[in-house]
Write a protein that binds this ligand. Structure first.
Ligand SMILES: C[S@@+](CC[C@H](N)C(=O)[O-])C[C@H]1O[C@@H](n2cnc3c(N)ncnc32)[C@H](O)[C@@H]1O
Length: 189
């Protein structure tokens, strides 16, 4: 069966299963990885604007899909960026798109499980993942990120943290110095 058809079938099956789970009022199993579902391009720019990305930033997208957020951060805002993505095909596609956009010298795409990645150099982190995955990422964000790092999530919040700003379903979080020293965050309830 052609690859593209297989991919579409896999996506349809995954999303149908998810829909059934949600309709049954059950939680998504913890071990599941969120499937590929790209942020619309207009929202990509809003996410980067919400984080006030500048050429001084290093933008990490955890679960970077086809690389659009990292590529836009480099091509439109002059930032550097790193995409961490578990699906090999998406990593390859991202690298190709970066070459086409003329930003391959400022972005890096790594095929890796985001829970294993070193994200300590990030100044901005973007997330379009499920809420239970954001919850599982919290200890990593707290431990590895610098105090003034901005985190922008699409659609799904970081449970227990209060966004400092919101545009529609995009949420901006800020880790404070306090969060690093005392284990609490100004953006945390
Ligand atoms: C909803 S898509 C978001 C893609 C991209 N961030 C965007 O906003 O367009 C989630 C992505 O996370 C990837 N992903 C899921 N679990 C992952 C993991 N544990 N490590 C790295 N990537 C993961 C999926 O393969 C998928 O491409």
């Amino acid at each position: 069966m052609p690859n593209r058809l297989m991919q579409t079938l896999r996506l349809v099956t995954t999303w149908s299963l998810l829909l059934l789970i949600m309709m049954a009022g059950c939680d998504i199993p913890e071990s599941w990885n969120p499937p590929y579902w790209p942020t619309p391009q207009s929202q990509v720019e809003l996410m980067l604007e919400l984080a006030q990305v500048t050429p001084n930033d290093i933008v990490y997208d955890l679960g970077s899909g086809d690389g659009r957020i990292v590529i836009a951060a480099a091509s439109k805002y002059g930032a550097r960026g790193v995409g961490i993505e578990i699906e090999s095909k998406l990593v390859k596609a991202s690298r190709q798109k970066a070459i086409e956009a003329g930003v391959s010298n400022r972005v890096l795409f790594v095929e890796q499980d985001m829970f294993e990645a070193d994200i300590s150099e990030a100044t901005v982190v973007t997330l379009y993942l499920w809420e239970n995955v954001n919850a599982r990422l919290k200890p990593k964000l707290m431990e590895q990120l610098k105090p003034d790092t901005r985190i922008v999530t699409n659609t799904y919040k970081i449970p227990g943290w209060t966004p400092v700003k919101q545009i529609g379903k995009l949420y901006l979080y800020s880790l404070s110095l306090k969060s690093k020293t005392e284990g609490t965050s100004s953006s945390k309830n």
